[in-house]
Design a protein around this ligand. Sequence first.
Ligand code: TYM
Length: 362
Amino acid sequence: MPERPYPALGTLLVVNGQHHDDQPNAAKTKAVLSGIQPTGAVHLGNYLGALRWWVDFQDRYNAFYCVVDLHALTVPGDPAELSRATLTMATLLMAAGLGPERCTLFVQSHVHEHAELAWLLECTASMGELSRMTQFKDKSSKESEESARVGLFAYPVLMAADILLYQADLVPVGDDQRQHLELTRDLAQRWNARYGETFTVPEAAIPPAGGGARIMDLQDPVHKMSKSSASDAGLISLFDDPKVIERKIKRAVTDLDPPGPGAVRWGPQAKPGVSNLLELLATLRGGKPDDIAAGYESYGKLKSDAAEAVLELVVPLQERYRELARDPGAVRSVLAVGASRAGEVAARTMDAARSAIGLLPR
Ligand code: TYM
């Protein structure tokens, strides 16, 4: 597979509030796990907050990455579309640079231990702590709590199972997953204290502020870019036509300050739209957003440079995707190998968990 140059990561990750001493781990003794839902459009926030780190981490850690199709069942969706979207997401992840010889790429539902461990962890978690999860509150308020699925409520516990099954040391995610990672740590610690050491307590690896941790909606830059955004104009899908991407960035909301010296400055509170564009540029091309700001006097130039930087990423990514999508059988065989590798590790942890909690061996 031809390699393509990826944008330099530039900034260090922050692991639990500390700058991460990102030493190469050539022996790959540390484990990494992360997941992405196959629902909706995979967008630039997913890429900058998480996927580019996945690509980077696969050569340094023993990395497990999954398309979390079971998580997608927590909200209404079309069954035929779910399996299509799962394959599309796996193909895109490969196009972004995940390689079967460099990491273990699989589909969550192909490894039945995810659902099984989730049950044991549901019997470890409390109603109170799950009720405090902000993503549940946000998502359930879009329908009503009365009709929200039980799976939506239990979602963070399944996510904890995903992570703990692989004894992950690090979990590369965007800022919106911080609370779920805290819950995962709490559950692992509680379990270990109650039933004996079974799980590695993982750490969240989140890009620093200004480094892609929270890419904002282009039309509503006080809210994160999200698959469930109200307006498509605020979201850049990695599948968007390049012309559409250019148009969306050119129409991005900035603010009412007249252009001129000092108008382009970094300040997510005071200038959320401009700061978001600066952050795009910084994460894609390297550098710090406040330094980059100094080079601009006009919003127009900032937007055209940001659009150019996004297209430098997206155009080759789409080309690779189209190539790989021509052979879905090859993608499925990567997933089959991934499922059996992941299954071995998951089965070992599951055995330890079953015995720790007192289930009678067969
Ligand atoms: P999901 O599918 O919503 O998003 C995938 C990844 O993209 C990150 N992300 C963002 N980063 C920066 N800016 C944004 N606007 C933005 N939007 C999304 C997310 O933080 C995530 O890292 N619950 C997870 C999936 C999951 C998971 C796991 C992750 C299931 N099991 C185990 C890690 C470990 C989710 O819904 O991500």
